[in-house]
Design a protein around this ligand. Structure first.
Ligand code: NDP
Length: 495
């Protein structure tokens, strides 16, 4: 009891939040020195390679293939050949493979979680408790739909599209892979997926799962590489592109596909408003704000990066928030106590630093809790800006880092107007005890997802997607199946 003091209610409280190190062992992960491309169920050599590193200490992890235009072409050809057999399998057969994949992911969860944290920099408690279980849950969920498509879309005749080209970002590498691949396979399509340049390793480990599940070769193909590989996939002979990433690249893809008959869904950036009313449960809201912006270092498209606080509770809320920030543990992603891990790449760190400098210059007031950042690797302390005007870059642009901008409002109308004052429209949060206000706000807000008295909740049954510059198309739930199907409605409606 030497380092605890007693409150009046006699319950012990620690004097500080120093935890003993609790490192997760990396022994479970067996990395190859060099990875090729997974095409047609085989590993093919790439002509060129690049090194993928661990953002926590910049240590090289493996050499990864840089797929060329010709490699992408081969992968699409393999997917096209496999489509003939895969699309004709009874749905119940497709679901068997998918249930297998889900079960193997669950069995190998620890291996995937360690590798995800190693390659991406996110805290192990998040990859272990969120990314990997949710990825498995998506395969379980969509496996259940594979043999029920005609019930999912009654009076319509659902058919697969063909080959889907899928491009994913680095913030949730395995989870985004599952969001993309699971509905595509359930609907009877085959896929070519390109993981992000900085986080290819869990996608490459996933190829091992595909082999273990004995998925027919060519049904899923993984081509690693940089933006040029993504661009080659967009231009290739696919029937659909599903993209998650920045609004800038999303727009470039949309321009590229204009006038072609390729289908497109885009899940792009966000600048979510997290709106706190004065009748909310304040401590609960503070937890939601913390989770909303510091989860995954703020590398989250739906992060609650703009906090709108009702003026009457501004001081106590900001005080509590700063207090809570001092308890966040920033450090080694593989330590089980870590709350905020490493920034994903040097490039992303530069972008965060640039926007934070702009925030200071424009006149906002910065607060960062005292924390000692590791010397090697890419790190940024949890940050909150107060005195933020709506016109500041930190209130307008997606920072994609652990940086929160606090703004205020007086009335619900003002909150809605300010929340909607952004080119984005992916998500939002509302904190109030009034159910009627929640429903009113949810209707008024131009955001694909509105969370009430919680934030960053995901479930495979629930659709997710954006308005405005946050993209179009939905992922998750029945809505997530539809973009992978074509409907011969003329049969039903006699057209
Ligand atoms: P990008 O949009 O560049 O990356 C997303 C994916 O697209 C990656 O696989 C990328 O490959 C690939 N790609 C890049 N250029 C092209 C292209 N011309 N055609 C097809 N595919 C392409 O995001 P960044 O990683 O560069 O991040 C930049 C900013 O984007 C972040 O700071 C953040 O604000 C935002 N972002 C938003 C995300 C979201 O979910 N809303 C996710 C990621 C980023 P490669 O990785 O090899 O470059």
């Amino acid at each position: 009891m030497t380092d605890v003091e007693r409150r009046q209610d006699r319950s012990p409280v620690p004097q500080d939040w120093t935890y003993a190190p609790a490192p997760e062992s990396t022994e479970i992960v067996r990395l190859r020195e060099r990875y090729g491309l997974y095409v047609g169920g085989e590993w093919l050599d790439a002509k060129e390679h690049f090194t993928t590193i661990a953002p926590r200490d910049e240590a090289p992890l493996a050499e990864v293939g840089q797929a060329s235009e010709a490699d992408v072409h081969d992968a699409v050809t393999a997917a096209r050949e496999a489509f003939a057999g895969w699309s004709k399998l009874p749905g119940s057969e497709r679901s068997k493979y998918m249930f297998r994949i889900a079960r193997i992911l669950a069995e190998r969860a620890r291996e995937f979680a360690v590798l995800e944290s190693l390659n991406g920099g996110k805290p192990i408690k998040e990859s272990r408790d969120v990314d990997v279980p949710l990825a498995a849950a998506h395969f379980f969920y969509y496996a259940g739909w594979a043999d029920k498509l005609e019930y999912a879309f009654p009076n319509r005749t659902p058919k697969p599209l063909g080959v889907a080209g899928q491009i994913i970002p680095w913030n949730f590498p395995l989870l985004m892979l599952a969001w993309k691949i699971a509905p595509a396979l359930a609907a009877g399509n085959t896929v070519v997926l390109k993981p992000a340049e900085t986080t290819p390793l869990t996608a490459l480990l996933f190829c091992d799962v595909l082999r273990q599940a004995e998925l027919p070769g060519g049904v899923v193909n993984i081509v690693t590489g940089d933006g040029s590989t993504g661009a080659a996939l967009v231009d290739s002979d696919v029937d659909k592109i599903a993209f998650t990433g920045s609004t800038e690249v999303g727009k470039a893809i949309q321009r590229r596909l204009a006038g072609t008959d390729k289908r497109l869904t885009l899940e792009l950036g966000g600048k979510a408003a997290n709106i706190v009313f004065d009748d909310c449960a304040l401590d609960q809201a503070v937890e939601g704000i913390i989770n909303g912006i510091y989860f995954n270092q703020g590398h989250v498209c739906c992060a609650g990066s703009r906090l709108f606080v009702q003026e009457s509770i501004y001081e106590p809320l900001v005080e509590k928030l700063k207090q809570r920030m001092t308890t966040l543990r920033v450090g080694d992603p593989l330590d089980k106590n870590t709350d905020v891990g490493a920034i994903n790449s040097r490039e992303q760190l530069d972008r965060i630093e640039e926007l934070v400098a702009a925030g200071k210059e424009e006149g906002a007031e910065i607060y960062q809790p005292p924390c000692r950042l590791p010397e090697k690797g890419y790190w940024f302390a949890p940050t909150v800006f107060t005195n933020v005007a709506q016109s500041y870059r930190i209130a307008q642009e997606e920072i994609f880092g652990p940086v929160l901008s606090v703004l205020t409002f007086r009335t619900p109308d003002e909150a809605v107007e300010k929340a909607n004052n952004t080119p984005y429209g992916l998500s939002a949060g509302v904190w109030t005890e009034k159910g009627s206000r929640i429903l009113w706000m949810a209707q008024k807000m131009r955001a694909g997802v509105v969370w009430a008295n919680t934030f960053n909740r995901f479930d495979p049954t629930s659709p997710f997607g954006g308005y405005k510059e946050s993209g179009f198309g939905r992922e998750g739930g029945l809505h997530g199946l539809e973009p992978y199907l074509t409907f011969d409605d003329s049969e039903t409606f006699g057209g």
